[in-house]
Design a protein around this ligand. Structure first.
Ligand code: DAH
Length: 338
């Protein structure tokens, strides 16, 4: 038995000396140490060994197993090292590293970040609301009657449930007043959706930033001062801002705000950028009705609201001639803002 064990060891080491890959290594392992391997079978013979020889044979068996196991490990390590060396052979670690392409923020994100930073400094807190809205939040509560053209199926995306894709962020005014009491001073940036024909100044999914300030004694002068300060902060102190009387169902009086757009290679022109006005008391009354209290008592509080187009803000800020550039994801365009 002792000589048989010696022979097994000799054969195992000889087999290992000739192999060149990991599959062959595994074959050798199984052939000697596996369930039906030669050493495993030989060790089964222990039970027939005479009692006075058991100790020597057992010791030998352990030595042989250890020798084969160590040789297998050594060979495995050598094979791994050889594979690594081959992989590195074609690589020159002294070459300078290649820079990873850097991502950048979308121009709209830049504009949004700047707008939010200015308004937060003025005390406005961020508010939020769903893009899939009820008709009540988007229209009725904002004093917009059922026969208003904005509610037409040709202007608004409706779901079968009767809900709709909000046509403006003004619905967040209502959401905020439902859950908080005055004084409130919030801004709500977000997406809005209309069945508009897409052209250089219209998209069917676009971005707005809503603002609402409600407290005792808020005036039109506060509204004008806030927006003028805002636009000068964003565009510089010489920015030309124009307020035009207008009509919105949820504000009285109402205005549209225009900014002068100086796009590269085009004649300067006024671009409509925001709607605004003093919150119509009818809006407060409807909010009170829904809340079941009189937190928004029109005889005790007033408010101003505004909603501006963020895509258009980006147009003016960067001199972008066509809004479609903002959604086409052409890297040559986007790279200029990174
Ligand atoms: N929601 C209006 C729109 O999308 C913009 C607007 C006008 C918002 C007047 C206001 C506002 O908050 O007071 O055209």
């Amino acid at each position: 038995m002792l000589s048989e064990l010696d022979q097994i060891q000799t054969d195992a080491l000889a087999a290992l000396a000739t192999i060149a890959d990991e599959a062959a290594l595994e074959e050798v392992r199984v052939g000697f140490l596996g369930k039906k391997g030669r050493l495993t079978i030989a060790s089964g013979g222990m039970k027939d060994v005479a009692p006075d020889l058991k100790k020597d044979v057992g010791q030998k068996l352990n030595e042989v197993r250890t020798a084969i196991t160590e040789a297998l490990e050594e060979k495995g390590a050598a094979l791994t090292a050889a594979r690594d060396a081959a992989a590195f052979a074609s690589l020159d670690p002294t070459l300078p590293a290649r820079a990873l392409p850097q991502g950048g923020l979308h121009p709209l994100t830049h504009v949004l970040d700047r707008a939010v930073a200015v308004l937060r400094r003025m005390g406005f807190a961020l508010a939020d609301g769903p893009e899939i809205e009820t008709e009540w939040h988007c229209f009725d509560a904002l004093n917009t009657p059922a026969d208003h053209p904005a509610r037409n199926e040709s202007d608004t995306f409706y779901f079968e449930s009767g809900k709709l894709l909000r046509t403006h962020t003004s619905s967040v005014q209502i959401r905020t007043m439902e859950s908080a009491v005055p004084p409130i001073r919030i801004i709500a940036p977000g997406s809005a959706f209309r069945r508009d024909e897409i052209d250089a100044t219209h998209l069917s999914a676009f971005h707005q930033l809503e603002g609402l300030y409600v407290a005792p004694g808020v005036t039109l002068a506060d509204l004008k001062g806030t927006l003028e300060f805002f636009f000068r902060e964003i565009f510089g102190s010489r920015t030309e801002v124009r307020f035009r009387p207008h009509f919105f169902p949820f504000t009285e009086p109402s205005f549209e705000v225009d900014l002068k757009l100086h796009a590269i290679g085009r004649a300067a022109k006024w671009v409509e950028i925001a709607g605004c006005g003093m919150v119509d008391p009818a809006v407060f009354t409807e909010v009170n009705r829904k809340r079941g209290d009189s937190a928004y008592d029109p005889s005790a509080i007033t408010g101003f609201a505004f909603g501006m187009g963020l895509d258009r803000l980006a147009m003016i800020l960067y001199g972008i001639p066509d809004l479609r550039l903002l959604i086409e994801n052409d890297v040559r365009f986007l790279e200029q803002f990174a």
